[in-house]
Design a protein around this ligand. Structure first.
Ligand code: GDP
Length: 174
């Protein structure tokens, strides 16, 4: 059994990615920014692993004080116990530091982190390559994978990366 925490600022595409990864809708994806905060996106269990997909509230707008404390605790414990972490960022936005996101995840120990460079469909391949380079250079993540959650591109790469990080090892997976 393993845990994967999905972290990221609101509107970067966490729910879209989550939905793609489980092949079914777990949450309503909306065009309005910040509508998905404070929400558990889904818990996926299989015999081999459990994937916990959470929103991380509060990373963008500190003024949002009405955080659901229970949910925050859940987010924290999810990330703390995670075997690996996906940090989702929006490739169409200027690169930004992910320290806040990592702090929000409250990771105590160093766990494998994958930076998911989402929405690559919104920019040119050359731009994607530049962003990728930036994140590789200026963040402490183990790997960067460009994807388009909306169009389902790169999802398999993410899954494959996760499988190598789970305690049970990749050999058990088809
Ligand atoms: P969350 O708040 O991080 O969970 O973000 P959502 O999954 O709710 O997505 C926010 C918005 O971004 C929605 O309008 C999605 O349709 C859009 N979106 C998500 N992934 C992609 C992508 O890969 N490409 C594009 N163009 N839009 C995306």
């Amino acid at each position: 059994e393993g845990y994967v925490a999905v972290l990221g600022k609101p509107n970067v595409g966490k729910s879209t990615l989550s939905n793609q990864m489980v092949g079914q809708k777990l949450s309503i994806v909306t065009d309005k920014p910040q509508t998905t905060r404070h929400r558990i996106l889904g818990i996926i269990s299989s015999e081999e692993y459990q994937m916990i997909l959470y929103d991380t509230p509060g990373v963008i707008e500190k003024k949002m004080h009405q955080l659901d404390t229970m949910m925050m605790k859940n987010v924290r414990s999810a990330a703390v116990n995670a075997d690996c972490v996906l940090i989702v960022v929006d490739a169409s936005k200027m690169p930004q530091k992910i320290d806040e996101v990592l702090e929000e995840g409250n990771l105590k120990e160093k766990v494998p982190t994958l930076l998911v460079l989402n929405k690559k469909d919104l920019i040119k391949p050359g731009e994607t390559a530049k962003r990728l380079e930036w994140y590789e250079k200026f963040t402490d993540v183990d790997e960067v994978i460009p994807v388009s959650a909306k169009f389902g591109h790169g999802i398999e790469d993410i899954k494959n990366w996760i499988l190598t990080k789970l305690p049970i090892g990749p050999a058990y997976y088809p």
